[in-house]
Ligand binder design. Structure first.
Ligand code: SF4
Length: 64
């Protein structure tokens, strides 16, 4: 399924708007991190991608 979707995009970008997670899964190995992206940073992503030479269709993969 993901291959069928990802083949339609020229670029894939992982976006992690926050590293705050309080679900406390017992198996979790991710250390808590209070950092997060501001609304302005999220809205500026197309410009940031463009500035690094990215063009065409982009698949944004949102992660916690
Ligand atoms: S980051 Fe994922 S695995 Fe870790 S506590 Fe949050 S939801 Fe659970």
């Amino acid at each position: 399924m993901i291959d069928k979707v990802s083949n339609k995009f020229k670029t894939m970008a992982d976006v992690r708007p926050t590293e705050k997670c309080n679900l406390r899964c017992k198996h979790c190995f991710v250390p808590p991190n209070p950092s997060f992206m501001s609304d302005e940073q999220i809205l500026d992503m197309p410009m940031q991608l463009s500035a690094t030479g990215v063009s065409g269709t982009v698949l944004l993969q949102w992660q916690r």
